[in-house]
Write a protein of this length. Structure first.
Length: 92
């Protein structure tokens, strides 16, 4: 299986690959490795098919946090607040 090939048992629903949480219990290591390698989120669903947990790679979360910090910095700048230097809030 390549890094981009989802593990068996995942289905695509909206923006996420999903798997019932009961099925994921014994495969958490495999699912975590898939999320880390592919940077694609995996949603764990309850018995009614509702998403209850989302597995997100640390890199994807850091990217989102950096994007949010940049957007907030730009909004502050537009509101007349002194901008924070880029290297003070974005990870290298």
């Amino acid at each position: 299986m390549s890094d981009d090939t989802p593990p068996p048992g995942l289905t695509r629903e909206g923006p996420w690959e999903t798997i019932p949480i009961a099925d994921a219990q014994t495969r958490l290591g495999e699912l975590a490795a898939h999320v880390a390698a592919s940077r694609r989120d995996v949603a764990l669903t309850d018995e009614k098919g509702r998403v209850v947990v989302l597995l997100v790679s640390p890199q994807a979360l850091e990217d989102l946090e950096d994007d949010l910090a940049l957007a907030q910095n730009r909004l502050d700048e537009l509101d007349g607040v002194e901008a924070t230097p880029h290297d003070e809030f974005v990870r290298p």
